[in-house]
Design a protein around this ligand. Structure first.
Ligand code: ADP
Ligand code: MG
Length: 291
């Protein structure tokens, strides 16, 4: 069975412990628990009908790590995030969250789905913010934010409301609690969507081109909120963005992705200034406008 502790190929990280290690017992266990990735893709395959978008995809993200995925349009970046969010069905391989299988596991040599209950439980630890906000249009701002804490986590409504108002203050929308999403600007809707994701206290936050649908003048305030989340929490982030300065500032690692594969993966100061692969060089020079 593929174990979640050794999907090291793509991340370039050493496996936690080997069987030959002289260390045994408590020390080794502690080390291996710390090194279990929060997200691990193991030979992941995703097809839409005859169109195979991801194949043999391996990478992992460590606890508290912020990883940005870059790559050309149509290369499968959104699909990766949607798979983690269980919004798409995995067609092959395994995804592990904190070492636990998210959708399928191998049992007696066969690939079998995990229980819906197990999947739902893992899913509550993951939040996502979309390009198109995806707020519930028939609910007020505050109702959007308390929906999942109350109905998924079973949080008392009073507590959820207190938390929602606090989050709205943090995103600068303290006076919009009772507004409907349609009466808000794009930037305001996206700030509500960020507050809604944070209301679940996610361990993992997935951000899919969250500023791509916004007017240029409000991009900065939305990125500012996310920078603050990055600085003040330990939430693991998997980010897709075309905002290269933001990627540079908040990421621990940037993964260049093309044709369903990780082309290269390196800290931003390395990947942006000295990309190793010709594909990355070409992509960066196109998006950064170099000639
Ligand atoms: P990216 O986010 O990198 O632009 P996507 O993950 O959105 O790429 O898409 C990757 C590929 O998968 C594209 O070829 C796209 O057409 C295809 N695709 C994505 N979602 C679907 C879907 N629901 N049905 C069919 N094909 C899809
Ligand atoms: Mg996309």
């Amino acid at each position: 069975m593929p174990t979640p502790t050794d999907p090291a190929e793509a991340s370039g990280q050493a496996p936690a412990q080997t069987a030959a290690s002289p260390q045994a017992g408590a020390a080794a266990e502690t080390s291996s628990a710390q090194d279990t990735p929060v997200i691990a893709f193991h030979d992941v395959e995703k097809s839409f009908g005859p169109n195979t978008v991801l194949k043999d995809l391996n990478f992992s993200v460590q606890r508290g790590e912020r990883v940005t995925l870059i790559g050309p349009s149509g290369s499968g970046k959104t699909t990766i995030l949607r798979l983690v969010m269980t919004l798409e069905e995995l067609t092959g391989g395994y995804i592990f969250i904190d070492g636990e299988p998210l959708t399928h596991e191998e049992r007696d040599g066969r690939r079998v789905p995990v229980s819906k209950a197990a999947q739902r439980k893992l899913r509550t630890r993951i939040g996502m913010v979309f390009q198109q906000f995806n707020l519930f249009p028939n609910m007020t701002v505050v109702e959007n934010i308390i929906e999942a804490p109350v109905h998924v986590l079973g949080m008392p409504k009073k507590e959820a409301l207190t938390k929602a108002h606090d989050l709205l203050q943090q995103v600068g929308l303290g006076d919009k609690a009772d507004a409907h999403p349609t009466s808000l600007s794009g930037g305001q809707q996206q700030r509500v969507a960020i507050a809604r994701a944070l209301a679940m206290d996610p361990e993992i936050l997935l951000l899919d081109e969250v500023t791509s649908a916004l007017d240029p003048e409000v991009v900065g305030e939305v990125l500012g909120i996310l920078r603050r989340v990055a600085e003040t929490t330990n939430v693991t982030m998997l980010i897709v963005t075309h905002e290269m300065q933001f990627a540079r500032d908040v990421s621990h690692r940037v993964m260049m992705f093309d044709g369903g594969h990780v082309v290269e993966s390196a800290p931003p100061e390395e990947l942006f200034t000295a990309p190793k692969h010709e594909r990355t060089q070409r992509f960066l020079s196109a998006v950064l406008g170099d000639h």
